[in-house]
Design a protein around this ligand. Structure first.
Ligand SMILES: Nc1ncnc2c1ncn2[C@@H]1O[C@H](COP(=O)(O)OP(=O)(O)O)[C@@H](O)[C@H]1O
Ligand SMILES: [Mg+2]
Length: 232
């Protein structure tokens, strides 16, 4: 299984999600996991380095790949239960090559105007890649949601924007919690920092919902004519 966490907006939580998903699969599903870091900023490679230096944590393998990485990914996939790809923050060759072969694609977006403005372009890329990878299971996930009840409508509006472009959006979200930032510090994940905490529960819900979607028939199907251009 290849799980890609991608998108073109920096700071939306791609590295954070990819890392926490990798730890979930490694430690709670006892799966063999490889992380692939395609971001020249090396966020995930640095995190892995810290993690693997800490002998209290289960080590996870990581490689850096750039450019046309399709064939590399296909051969790596044979050796692991899961390959989790952190694809940086640009529409580049690595993102498109990974989308061409990934089983699951997760695109995090904050419920903010600038993140939501990337939805049409992401949908364009997804529909292009779907021609070569028709079985891809792609979904948006809303991240760093405000927890104030008065701002709850922003979360619903963000989901509505995604839906208006006929791209599935997960019901599960992450709320804005210091736990995400704090646990990254020492190569840990929210699952290890506070296994019964709310952030750990959010990660489990997101990955389980994504993988369950992949088993349904309702995989991503772009319907150009039904787009409502909800972003003004
Ligand atoms: N749900 C969240 N709540 C609070 N902070 C978060 C959350 N998700 C990610 N972050 C923080 O936001 C920052 C950017 O996240 P990161 O995963 O590096 O983004 P990206 O890889 O998309 O650029 C990091 O400091 C991370 O800890
Ligand atoms: Mg990143």
């Amino acid at each position: 299984m290849m799980i890609l966490v991608g998108g073109e907006k920096g700071g939306s939580g791609k590295s954070c999600l990819a890392q926490n998903i990798a730890v979930y699969l490694r430690t709670e599903k006892n799966a063999s996991v490889l992380m692939v870091d395609c971001d020249p900023q090396r966020t995930t490679s640095d995190w892995i380095q810290e993690r693997n230096a800490n002998n209290k944590l289960t080590p996870i393998n990581c490689v850096q790949l750039f450019g046309k990485i399709r064939n590399d990914l296909l051969s790596l996939r044979q050796h692991y239960d899961y390959v989790v790809i952190d694809c940086g923050g640009q529409d580049n060759l690595a993102l498109r090559s990974s989308m061409a072969v990934a089983d699951h694609i997760l695109i995090p977006l904050r419920p903010k105007r600038r993140d939501l403005k990337t939805v049409p372009h992401m949908e364009d890329i997804l529909s292009t890649c779907k021609m070569v990878n028709p079985k891809m299971n792609a979904a948006f996930v809303v991240t760093q949601c405000p927890s104030l009840p008065s701002l709850a409508s922003r979360i619903l509006e963000a989901k509505e924007v995604c839906r208006s472009f006929e791209v599935p959006v997960l019901n599960s979200v992450t709320f804005s919690r210091n736990m995400y930032d704090d646990s990254e510090e020492s190569g840990m994940s929210v699952i290890e920092s506070e296994p019964e905490g709310k952030a750990a529960t959010e990660i489990r819900c997101i990955i389980e919902e994504l993988l369950a979607r992949g088993k349904e028939e309702t995989a991503y199907e772009p319907v150009q004519s039904q787009k409502i251009h909800a972003i003004s």
